[in-house]
Design a protein around this ligand. Structure first.
Ligand code: IMP
Ligand code: MG
Length: 180
């Protein structure tokens, strides 16, 4: 195993299996409808690619980028839209695709912004959820895995922009970010 990774939390196979299940669930829940997926870059790019292919409905994909973290492992609480969606979401069945729901700052803010654009419906799909860390009243409609309070990387998730390309999700060795 890569020396910076303390422990593998979810293997490539476990991720693929769970993403398939969520895709099937969304396919059932939105039967007969068209779904607009909007992913929050960059952490969810791999999840978005896999999830979109696991949904057997007409789907559109769009992307936005926000920043809430500096170069650390704790949210700064400040959310800024760095790149907005390209298309209108008015009247659409929107699913926000996130990598991880942590403090909830990012999605709490985004939900407000996106609701104001009058989608027909709006739901949140997150690959991972750290409920222990929540400081904002927000929860996801689709959750891949509930995880403990640890800093994870891989399958799109980074620490200082690295580790996104690991095919699994692993807990980062705390010494990498000066923790214990
Ligand atoms: P929140 O605003 O605190 O909910 O943070 C959400 C964002 O922080 C996620 O979309 C991730 O980009 C990032 N984040 C939170 N926890 C982790 C982690 O364990 N590893 C990598 N990124 C994380
Ligand atoms: Mg993110």
């Amino acid at each position: 195993m890569y020396q910076d990774i303390k422990e593998i939390l979810y293997t490539q196979e476990q991720l693929a299996e769970r993403v398939k299940e969520i895709g099937a669930q969304i396919t059932r829940d939105y039967a007969g409808k068209e779904v607009a997926l909007a992913s929050v870059l960059r952490g969810s790019y791999i999840f978005m690619a896999d999830l979109s292919r696991a949904i057997q409905l007409p789907v559109t994909v769009d992307f936005m980028a926000v920043s809430s973290y500096g170069a650390g492992t704790v949210s700064s609480g400040q959310v800024e839209i760095k790149k907005d969606l390209s298309d209108s979401i008015e009247g659409k069945h929107l699913i926000i695709v996130e990598d991880i729901l942590d403090s909830g700052n990012t999605l709490f803010y985004l939900m407000d912004v996106l609701r104001a654009r009058k989608p027909a419906s709006i739901r949140i799909c997150t690959l991972m959820d750290k409920p222990e860390r929540r400081t904002k009243p927000i929860s996801a409609d689709y959750v891949g895995f509930e995880i403990p309070d640890a800093f994870v990387v891989g399958y799109g998730l980074d620490y200082n922009e690295k580790y996104r390309n690991l095919p699994y999700v692993g807990i980062l060795e705390p010494s990498v970010y000066g923790g214990k």
